[in-house]
Design a protein around this ligand. Structure first.
Ligand code: ZN
Length: 698
């Protein structure tokens, strides 16, 4: 009983946030025909909303930002409609208990957020995609920002000819018209409006089926067809594993995953319709360092934790992000092994402890907490909870919780209650330590980590950092003995870093090279930037490693250390592109331009290619890489300046910030400043404002 009283106090402040319209009206269903017009960046739609009135009222609203609305002549409900900046008001003498259907048309021009038209200007692989979380879908779709009203969506999209629209639910029908394509999707279960998602492009897909016979579609653009297998590797295994581990059948009728350009985040778990960043596409070599497995698992886990059951308010956000992160980690353990799992937990514990020690720890119940709290501390809390009550009780509690609250909204209190029931334990202390406290419980975390023998040895190896090289030589030597553990081997290599390298250092480096472990060798690349002559040929062999990260660092370092052999090194990676962000190609072009007498006849082409990578044709990750390298060699032209100014107003904030910072740097030099001012009349109004502001604050 005590726990319940305590929780009531903690959670009572949430109620005012979601007890607003949901007590007056329950929106049940939205049927909509929505046409997307990229040439005008506009959305036009005809929608039919069915809702039940719970409490007599003379007006209700839908969320809709800057929408023009008009009642349709044949609308069953003859209500008065009025739109404001952010709402559509529906006035009528509504009677309690009665269900109404309202049909109206709407139009939005150039939605500020949530729906993005990418690449239509220069017609390079154009796409349209949406991003509804936080509460943004009402920028393009009349909907409900409040997460607590779940609706059945049946949305039909009309898009330009030859383009595919991928929406939530099952594709019921597809028609080709003279100038357009019509894609009709249908869901049979309700969800919160922020989970509506659509992607439009020239997409193809491959199909799989889960063990439980759920159809899974994996989308791609033709240019990326070679990346399909490594990107989506393990998808079926992930799906089958999560269904089994969570113990509740996948709640929806199908599952689709679509990579898009310039996406704002890594991925978004729209129900049945995960949209993710194109930058996560990988080939088999890129897979070594960056792969889609974690995001794949994370977004899929949300189909239960977030979509089937949804937080009541931001104070319950742990129930979504902490759970998706934790279950993705369990997937990774299944695929990459026990050591990987404990190493990830160790790394996140280190980070959380550091933040906590600096007084930056946050409670998991803090609605404004950041990424590391909701995601990483959130996953830790579940790991500890499972250890505390045992796997069986934990899994039973999760199953009961999901089944009891399916298609509803939940609070942390609801979850804790279910787990107390399944475990018959009082979880007051756990709630206090892991949910309420802002400090990270580092000691509990360490005790848990020590259950892994690997972590014990790993921590002992880290402890050697304090010792002088001579005193730990033998131990580091042993750490690199066959069969080597990649994390312990990496740690040993990191401890070799220093200014005065002795013969003994060289011996250990040689041993590390000879492990032939791609991660241990990468640790050498990362830390040995001044290459001793004795290690030159071993170091050169890094150019052949199956890792684009290793290759990139090795090329840069070899080029810098041995100028007389630049041609040899450049020739070696002449045909390598690298990660999706073209890390190696962009470095290669830069170094080629900076190497006198290297392929002089082609230098103009190299420069043009590098400059082209800054254009809107490419994903922001490629553009950012190209800008950074052009800055290194300090060669800009009109197009690059214009592309940079375009980038300073880009929707991806990291890229926008990078571009604004670079602009500030450039303005410090007269030549760039004059050029930018000279071109300013060709910049958009918004870009001109950014430039003026940067000139003032310089
Ligand atoms: Zn998430």
């Amino acid at each position: 009983m005590r726990i319940i009283l305590f929780l009531l106090i903690v959670f009572s402040f949430n109620f005012s946030l979601y007890a607003q319209q949901t007590s007056i009206v329950d929106f049940k269903k939205l049927k909509g025909n929505i046409s997307l017009h990229p040439e005008k960046k506009s959305v036009k739609g005809k929608v039919s909303y069915t809702f039940k009135i719970l409490k007599k009222s003379d007006s209700i609203y839908l969320d809709g930002k800057n929408m023009q609305v008009e009642l349709l002549k044949n609308s069953p409900l003859k209500a008065e409609l009025k739109s404001t900046d952010d709402k559509i008001w529906i006035s009528h003498q509504f009677k309690s208990g009665k269900t109404y259907t309202l049909d109206f048309s709407y139009e939005v021009k150039n939605p500020k957020q949530a729906l993005y038209f990418v690449g239509w200007k220069n017609n390079k692989n154009p796409q349209i995609w949406s991003q509804g979380q936080g509460k943004d879908n009402s920028y393009w779709l009349p909907s409900i920002d409040d997460l607590n009203d779940k609706i059945i969506f049946e949305l039909t999209y009309e898009v330009p000819k030859n383009y595919r629209a991928i929406g939530n639910g099952v594709l019921k029908n597809h028609q080709t018209k003279e100038n357009s394509e019509i894609w009709e999707y249908k869901m049979s279960k309700p969800m919160s409006s922020y989970l509506v998602g659509v992607a439009v492009g020239k997409f193809d897909f491959i199909s799989l089926k889960s063990k439980s016979k759920i159809p899974i579609e994996l989308y791609f653009e033709e240019k990326d067809s070679a990346l399909v297998e490594p990107t989506y590797r393990y998808t079926q295994k992930i799906f089958d594993f999560l269904e089994k581990e969570i113990g509740v059948d996948y709640p929806w009728e199908n599952y689709k995953q679509i990579p898009v350009r310039d996406f704002l985040y890594g991925g978004m778990e729209n129900t049945t319709n995960t949209i993710f960043a194109e930058t996560l596409l990988t080939d088999s070599i890129a897979f070594t360092d960056r792969n889609y497995v974690k995001t794949n698992a994370h977004e899929l886990a949300h189909q239960w934790f977030g979509n089937l059951i949804t937080e009541k308010s931001s104070a319950d956000h742990w129930l979504q992000e902490g759970f998706a992160t934790y279950y993705a980690l369990l997937v990774e353990r299944e695929i990459f092994g026990e050591d990987y799992f404990y190493h990830k937990l160790f790394e996140s514990a280190e980070k959380l402890k550091e933040e906590s020690d600096q007084g930056k720890g946050e409670s998991l119940l803090n609605p404004k907490a950041g990424y590391s709290t909701f995601y990483e501390k959130g996953a830790w809390a579940l790991h500890i909870l499972k250890e505390k009550i045992g796997k069986e009780n934990f899994n039973k509690g999760i199953k009961n919780y999901l089944e009891k609250y399916q298609f509803q909204n939940v609070s942390v209190e609801d979850f804790i209650k279910e787990l107390e029931k399944s475990s018959k334990e009082d979880l007051t202390t756990f709630t206090e330590d892991w949910l309420k406290q802002s400090a990270f419980q580092a000691e509990q975390a360490l005790n848990s980590l020590k259950k892994s023998d690997f972590i014990k040895t790993y921590i002992e190896t880290i402890a050697l950092r304090k010792l002088d090289f001579e005193d730990k030589y033998e131990l580091l030597n042993q750490a690199l003995d066959f069969p080597v553990n990649k994390y312990i081997g990496q740690e040993a290599v990191f401890q070799l870093e220093g200014k005065n390298l002795s013969k003994k250092h060289h011996k250990l480096y040689k041993k590390a090279f000879e492990t032939n472990d791609v991660y241990i060798r990468q640790a050498i690349a990362k830390t040995l930037s001044k290459i001793p002559f004795e290690l030159k040929s071993a170091y050169e062999s890094l150019l052949k490693d199956e890792s684009y990260l290793t290759q990139e660092i090795a090329l840069a370092n070899l080029w810098g250390n041995f100028p007389e052999e630049r041609t040899k090194y450049l020739n070696y990676l002449k045909n390598t592109s690298g990660f999706y962000d073209k890390n190696i190609r962009i470095l290669w072009l830069t170094l080629s331009l900076a190497t006198p007498d290297y392929l002089n006849a082609e230098k103009q082409n190299f420069y043009q290619e590098l400059a082209e990578y800054t254009s809107t044709t490419y994903d922001y990750s490629i553009r950012q890489n190209a800008f950074a390298h052009l800055y290194q060699i300090n060669v800009f032209n009109e197009d690059i300046y214009k592309n940079l100014m375009q980038a300073t107003t880009h929707p991806v904030w990291r890229f926008r910030k990078f571009s604004r910072d670079l602009l500030k740097e450039l303005l410090k030099e007269k030549e760039h400043k004059n050029a930018l001012q000279y071109l300013s009349s060709e910049f958009s109004e918004k870009q001109q404002q950014v430039l003026e502001k940067a000139l003032k604050n310089k």
